[in-house]
Design a protein around this ligand. Structure first.
Ligand code: CAA
Length: 257
């Protein structure tokens, strides 16, 4: 299916989704979000794709929700169209989702980044939640995912000041995995995606689910769920292949079965 606001490139076993509203710094309009969630749903269902890179291209990741679209909305309109609630489906993507961030990742742009599993940032990237300057607060998870990842005080600084942090500071806070020269960001993220695409897909899916569960449940529940997934994977062909390949001193070939 063709989209206007996102570009999808499949180079199996990976795919790259590029936000595509460069004139407004990839501001996240309702149409863009609709297309992004639809594109990701297609890629989740595509068995040839095992990992996805999400980027805004070489200059900017996304400067947040589309302010022009929101400025004159009423609270009731915002509630009934549930603008930010729709984005949450990104967090349910079952395969590794790697953000490749150049330039600004602000507001909803930063929140989309926080829904990804790994983040590669260019050294000129700037990440933040400037909503406070508009008389609002983040509405797509920023106030919850920042403290769970970077801790209370960094989260407070970012939320209350509205000032963005540099890529280097984000790395120190554990919000990004790697900082690389800006011209390398997308390539490094693709390389990472290809490495993850070689891993057994069912185990990757369950590892991702288990880590995300740690944010949502008490330790005992998370451990019980982890144990069930661990046992369940012994029902997979990939577990037999992985262990026998190790014993036979060869590289495993995984089918996601
Ligand atoms: N919405 C709509 N348009 C936006 C936008 C946004 N979030 N961010 C940038 N643009 C537009 C600008 O209006 C401008 O359009 P024109 O050329 O037609 O004037 C174009 O993109 C280029 O932007 P600038 O000229 O401002 O570029 P700059 O390099 O001088 O500044 C910037 C870059 C610091 C990112 C600045 O654009 C900016 O502050 N943007 C807004 C950031 C923001 O407040 N984001 C939070 C939005 S609210 C939100 O996201 C809520 C939520 O949690 C869901």
């Amino acid at each position: 299916m063709g989209y206007e606001n996102v570009l999808v490139e499949i180079d199996a076993p990976i795919a790259t989704v590029t936000l595509n509203r460069p004139k407004v710094l990839n501001a996240l309009s309702p149409d863009l979000i609709r297309e992004l969630t639809a594109a990701l749903a297609d890629l989740d269902a595509d068995e040839t794709v095992r990992a996805v890179v999400l980027t805004g291209g070489p200059k900017v990741f996304a400067a947040g929700a589309d302010i022009g679209d929101m400025a004159d909305r009423s609270a009731v309109e915002q509630l009934s169209r549930d603008q930010t609630g729709r984005w949450i489906s990104l967090a349910g993507f079952s395969k590794p989702l790697i953000a490749a961030v150049n330039g600004y990742a602000l507001g909803g742009g930063c929140e989309v980044m926080l829904m990804c599993d790994l983040v590669v940032a260019g050294e000129t990237a700037r990440l933040g939640q400037p909503e406070i300057n508009l008389g609002i607060i983040p509405g797509a998870g920023g106030t919850q995912r920042w403290p769970r990842t970077a801790g209370k005080y960094a989260a407070m600084e970012v939320m209350l000041s509205g000032a963005p942090v540099t890529a280097e500071r984000a790395y120190e806070l554990g919000i990004v995995n790697k900082v690389v020269p800006a011209e390398m960001t997308i390539e490094v993220a693709k390389r990472l995606a290809r490495q993850l695409a070689e891993k057994p897909p069912l185990a990757v899916r369950m590892a991702k689910e288990a880590v995300l569960k740690a944010f949502e449940s008490p330790l005992s529940e998370g451990l019980a769920s982890e144990r069930k997934s661990f046992y369940f994977l012994f029902a997979s062909e990939d577990q037999k292949e992985g262990m026998h390949a190790f014993l036979e001193k060869r590289k495993g070939v995984f089918k996601g079965r």
